[in-house]
Design a protein around this ligand. Structure first.
Ligand SMILES: [Zn+2]
Length: 127
């Protein structure tokens, strides 16, 4: 097990490299996490961690799943309303379906933008 002094030394080391201490902690040992200049998030004991990013991603995936579920149920309701000759209900569910579709396409648009930005910056630093 690494001694306390080693960890303090490592933290001081990170700070000297321009790392910023975050208000988030490592889920494994509750040590403060540091953000490096290159954007990596590290724990003084475990090194690079991706917990922060993946937590966000997991939530993102959850939201996406919910919107897809809404879209699916609305689509089924449209059919049900159609079978019942309920034109008003059909229109309402179509509006929900449309909104869900719009949200999904907006989300797709923003993630595409993000990844192309990443590509652009990666290309720049590569040369
Ligand atoms: Zn840790």
């Amino acid at each position: 097990m690494a001694g306390r002094d080693d960890l303090v030394k490592e933290m001081a080391n990170l700070m000297m490299q321009g790392a910023i201490m975050l208000d988030k902690t490592c889920p494994l040992d509750n040590l403060p996490l540091f953000k490096l200049r290159n954007g990596d998030i590290v724990c003084p004991r475990h090194g690079k961690v991706v917990i922060v990013a993946s937590e966000e991603e997991a939530r993102d995936v959850e939201v996406e799943g919910i919107i897809r579920e809404v879209r699916y149920r609305a689509a089924k309701k449209v059919l049900e309303s159609m079978d019942d000759n309920d034109v008003a209900g059909m229109k309402e569910w179509l509006a929900v379906l449309e909104a869900a579709e719009r949200i999904l396409s907006l989300r797709r648009g923003s993630t595409e933008q993000k990844s192309s930005e990443n590509k652009a910056s990666a290309g720049k630093s590569g040369r």
